[in-house]
Write a protein that binds this ligand. Sequence first.
Ligand code: IDP
Length: 269
Amino acid sequence: NYFSMPYLGASHYVLVPIATIGCGKTTIAIALNHLFGWKHVQNDDMDRKKNEHKKGFIVPGGVKLRTKTEWFVYSLIEGLLHPNSIDETEPNKIKRAHVVFADRNNHMFRERKQLFNDIEISIKQCNEETGNNTSTSNVSRLIKFIGIHFKHNKDPTELEKLKNITRQRILSRGNNHQTIKREFLGDEKIEEIMSGFCDRFQAPVRTKPTNIDSRFDHMIEIDVSDQNSSRKNLEFIIKDLHAVFPDMFTGELPSQEDIDKAIGFALKT
Ligand code: IDP
């Protein structure tokens, strides 16, 4: 385990999109970071880091992270423990709750299960090493997982609409997407990859306590209903989070103008 910081015991939030390529995860994560400073952890950043550190990625403490998944979980936990590293110059942001955005598709049960397990196990180990005697069930109460479910209609004609919208977005993006590079793959291959993700999509199921998705403390449901749905989805997410977990926010909620600006910024990034 790679953490030396004690776990302080406040509520910590992990935002977990359940989505496919092009739904607007990164756009929304950038906008939320812009508005509230919440840490945005992008799965594929590991690829970039790996090129910098050819032999693997060494974190403080000398531990080498070998896989993308290890790096992803490491970065999320680091964000939960050190939320202030984002913007030290902005006084309002320093008191803020500890919130991280787990930017990958999480579109299958096993991805969600792995995320819950790895985060809880790492935090528990961290506590043991620093002498905090916190059981796993206590840790479970301290970390809140919030699902952001980009709904995928089961009806094939309806699903085709989502596929068209997301495909259009990705094709117009060209090479500037974390998983899809048009130049290397070509349009047909991109379509095939994106469609594959949609066909494997497993919507969250929380009907029984034994369901993996019952670990979610809250679920936000949104649609990819048109080409420009991210603006509407961002506003909906902020309102929903504020109603359920007001302690995630300090000060006033952003105005319509603030939200416009944040989306504009995210779309340009
Ligand atoms: P993903 O992280 O779910 O794969 P994003 O990277 O956020 O999806 O979005 C895919 C592409 O679509 C990006 O080029 C992004 O700028 C664009 N996009 C996302 N939301 C909107 C929108 O509401 N209007 C127009 N373009 C959008």
